[in-house]
Design a protein around this ligand. Structure first.
Ligand SMILES: [Ca+2]
Ligand SMILES: [Ca+2]
Length: 247
């Protein structure tokens, strides 16, 4: 996939940039949406002195391009991944036929990116293994589950060529699912191939879901049977290389 946008060097003037960008409409402060071709002092124009801040998914300098010229990397300032343990384990009120069943995820609730409860995972790869919380409960296997969420956030700059994007999972106990959130998918999108089941893993090819600007990847871990739980060897690969954290 390629996000076709002119580079900043191609955009010598705002007029040239807007023409090259096709039908893109310049932002106006307080725009009512009414037709009005008269020039206005309220029009927002490119400020050649403004600085484009990288990896924030925002067009800081108002040139119509997001994060142009920036490297693609996991958002700085936090950890490469964060984990959210959600609530206590659930009883489903029914019994499923195999562990990690896709339909079990109807019971999960993915926390918002900035919800309370996220904590740092200071590594580029997720390696999570603990004793199951389902043991010694009324629903210990196939009739109950415990969801744990992991998230990572990065920005795709205007003009950056995405050739491949994959979330690779080496193995799970009992299941995992990958959800992508971005401007095109504010409620999240899940590819049919973005599930893993005990004892295996998956490599989910997800390039068609990425958009220019902020992309948030959430890996949901599902434990659906006592007595162990694990999510191992999870890596995010962009154009064949592991995505690293911004410096
Ligand atoms: Ca910009
Ligand atoms: Ca920016």
């Amino acid at each position: 996939m390629r996000f076709e946008r002119p580079s900043i060097l191609q955009c010598v003037t705002i007029v040239g940039c807007l023409a090259a960008c096709g039908a893109k409409t310049p932002l106006r402060v307080g725009d009512s949406g009414a037709e009005d071709d008269r020039p206005s002092m309220r029009d927002v124009v490119t400020d050649p002195l403004a600085r484009e801040v990288c990896n924030n998914g925002v067009d800081d300098n108002g040139d119509g391009a997001i994060d142009e010229g920036c490297p693609v990397c996991i958002r700085a300032g936090a950890s490469p991944w964060q984990v959210h343990r959600g609530g206590p384990p659930l009883c489903f009120g029914r019994r499923f036929f195999f562990n990690g069943d896709r339909e079990m995820y109807a019971f999960e609730g993915i926390p918002a990116e900035d919800a309370p409860g996220w904590s740092a995972v200071p590594a580029l790869s997720i390696d999570f293994a603990e004793r199951s919380t389902l043991c010694d409960r009324p629903c210990t296997c196939l009739d109950g589950g415990d969801f744990t969420h992991f998230q990572t956030v990065f920005s795709i700059p205007d003009g950056f060529r995405v050739q491949s994007f994959a979330v690779s999972i080496r193995s799970v106990d009992d299941g995992a699912k990958v959800t992508i959130f971005n401007a095109a998918n504010p409620m999240g999108v899940v590819d049919p191939g973005a599930f893993a089941f005990i004892p295996g893993g998956t490599t989910a090819r997800l390039e068609r879901y990425l958009t220019v600007g902020t992309n948030r990847v959430v890996v949901t871990h599902l434990d659906s049977c006592c007595s162990e739980r694990a999510l191992l060897g999870v890596r995010v690969l962009l154009n064949g290389g592991q995505l690293e954290q911004c410096r």
